[in-house]
Design a protein around this ligand. Structure first.
Ligand SMILES: O=C(O)CCC(=O)C(=O)O
Ligand SMILES: [Fe+2]
Length: 317
């Protein structure tokens, strides 16, 4: 743990080890690092070389093309779930921000539906790349959740949890702020999903708040890195063992380049319940069963947004 003189740092966990398989000693030690990071910081940097650097590059080039499309084309990315479609160029959203969402990502159906909404004439290349890319990030999310279930002695329920997970793949652009324009990209919030795993181009801007109130700028130690963030749903599921960190994006760094980031957000499609293994005398049940998307919808109301802790206000005991 950091002393007063050393500034806090987002923990780094290596997911690139060849033998990272359940039961191996590297699995056990990585589990420990992951759990410590999630309980203390609510996030960590995962060095994850399953996505080759050329593939990152190819996908981020496609993102630039996507964002160069006319606004009315991008607005065809709609969803009936809040924050799941195109967001940007509208009141109350930071001016530098635009985000688009592939619902039901990491599946051909979901990726194709997104592609067809933007390119009715088809764009096989985008569809193929986005599908492959999102599947690789989803694998990282699944490994992390497997470790979480195992570490809390709830291994036997991981599979049914996994079957109830759906992914939102968000693609984000933060343009350079104009002179005298606000440099805020995304305001302070916690994610409402289980886990978010994000990769960014070379422009930093994501800042995470520690439990004791210090802001840390996320500056990846490797070009293969993802930041893995715990959301409110994971915090509630863990009966408050895991921390869901406040974070924001501020475009203070680059004077030349826009920031692009992409990330998988995992949501539970059914009812989320704290597993029995996580309820004991020191940890009495703190949350009623809840629907992950309804909690997100609650956040999207005036009352919900005014709460300091969305999930606690929504279904806390
Ligand atoms: O762009 C990023 O790095 C983070 C964005 C974010 O926090 C979010 O979309 O929830
Ligand atoms: Fe976020």
């Amino acid at each position: 743990m950091g002393s007063l003189s050393s500034p806090p740092k987002i923990p780094v966990v290596d997911f690139s080890q060849e033998n990272l398989k359940p039961g191996t000693s590297s699995w056990v030690s990585t589990c420990k690092e992951v759990m410590q990071a999630l309980e203390e910081y609510g996030c960590f940097e995962a060095v994850y070389d399953k996505v080759p650097l050329e593939f990152h590059k190819a996908f981020f080039e496609k993102l630039e093309e996507l964002y160069d499309l006319p606004l009315e084309t991008k607005r065809r990315n709609v969803s009936n779930i809040p924050y799941h479609g195109y967001v940007g160029n509208q009141p109350f959203i930071p001016a530098v921000y635009q985000g688009m969402g592939i619902n039901n990502a990491a599946t051909l159906e979901g990726t194709q539906a997104f592609t067809n909404s933007i390119w009715p004439e088809g764009n096989e290349d985008f569809c193929k790349t986005a599908l492959e890319y999102s599947k690789l990030i989803a694998e990282l999310e699944q490994t992390v959740m497997k470790m979480v279930f195992e570490s809390y002695g709830a291994k036997q329920t991981h599979e049914s949890h996994q079957e109830s997970i759906t992914y939102l793949f968000r693609l984000m652009k933060y343009r350079l702020p104009e002179k005298n324009e606000d440099d805020l990209g995304v305001g302070i919030h916690t994610d409402k999903c289980f886990v978010a795993a994000l990769h960014q181009n070379e422009v930093s801007g994501l800042e995470v708040k520690t439990k004791d109130g210090q802001w840390i700028l996320y500056e990846p130690s490797s070009p293969s890195s993802f930041i893995v963030n715990a959301g409110d749903a994971l915090m509630a599921w863990s009966n408050d063992r895991i921390h869901a960190p406040l974070h924001r994006v501020v475009m203070r760094g680059s004077k030349e380049k826009a920031r692009y980031s992409v990330g998988i957000f995992s949501f539970h499609k059914g009812v989320v319940q704290v597993p029995e293994e996580l309820i004991d005398e020191q940890h009495p049940l703190r949350y009623k069963p809840f629907n992950n998307f309804d909690m997100l919808r609650y956040y999207n109301t005036e009352e919900g947004r005014a709460q300091e802790n969305t999930v606690k206000a929504y279904c806390g005991i």
